[in-house]
Design a protein around this ligand. Structure first.
Ligand SMILES: [Zn+2]
Length: 218
């Protein structure tokens, strides 16, 4: 079968591949430096204290260069549409994540801490590819009701155009390990974000055919 015929077959839905055409294109979801790296409660970054190169400042927060460029375009387009999107939290280093996690462990114990913050080395924020966003007004910041605010609606409708996905969608805790976080954007690049949007696959675990990661293994 030639590539053109295979493409036609795929586009006509004549076969149902277990992974989509884009997912099959050989993305690297294992390497910490990959823009498509998948980090979750079963997949610690390697090395655990990984520090991305090319961190760029975005209004007081930091992101990897490609994600920062995409974020700036995303926020600019939102502004044109009358929506003021504000960055709340971007890159966090291993040691920053460790302090955050440890403070929760001291206050609430490990079981509760695990529901509030990722363990160091397991946070998407450490990749420099994730940004928590909010509204300029601060309404519903880091709460599920953020989804119903202008910035939340803008992100859900247009994030994919800039290569972002809502990494922790509603009702997917059994797969992602996290409750709904409509404010947590993850840069994966436009081809994957667009493919996930069009196929209705909402988690990176399912998209790449990885096991669900509801909780830490130890
Ligand atoms: Zn986040």
């Amino acid at each position: 079968m030639t590539g053109a015929v295979a493409g036609l077959v795929l586009s006509l839905g004549m076969i149902a591949p277990s992974v989509t055409a884009v997912a099959a294109a050989g993305y690297d979801f294992n390497s910490a430096a990959s823009l498509q790296v998948v980090v979750n409660k079963h997949r610690q970054l390697s090395p655990a204290a990984y520090v991305p190169g090319q961190l760029v400042r975005v209004q007081g927060e930091r992101l990897r260069a490609q994600a920062a460029d995409a974020y700036k375009q995303f926020a600019k387009a939102a502004k044109v549409a009358g929506v003021n999107v504000m960055p709340i939290s971007g890159y966090r280093s291993f040691s920053e994540q460790a302090s955050l996690y440890d403070s929760y462990v001291r206050q609430y114990g490990q079981a509760t801490a695990d529901t509030l913050a990722a363990r160091p080395g397991y946070s998407e924020h450490q990749t420099g590819l994730a940004m928590d966003i909010g509204n300029a007004s601060g309404i519903c910041a880091l709460q599920a009701c953020f989804a119903n605010t202008p910035a939340g609606q803008w992100a859900a409708a247009h994030g994919w155009e800039y290569g972002f996905i809502i990494r922790y969608p509603a009702g997917a805790q059994a797969t992602t390990g996290y409750t709904y976080e409509p404010w947590h954007l993850r840069y994966v690049g436009r081809p994957i974000a667009e493919d996930m949007k069009s196929t209705g696959i909402t988690t990176l675990e399912k998209y790449f055919g990885l096991e669900a990661a509801p909780d830490y293994l130890q």
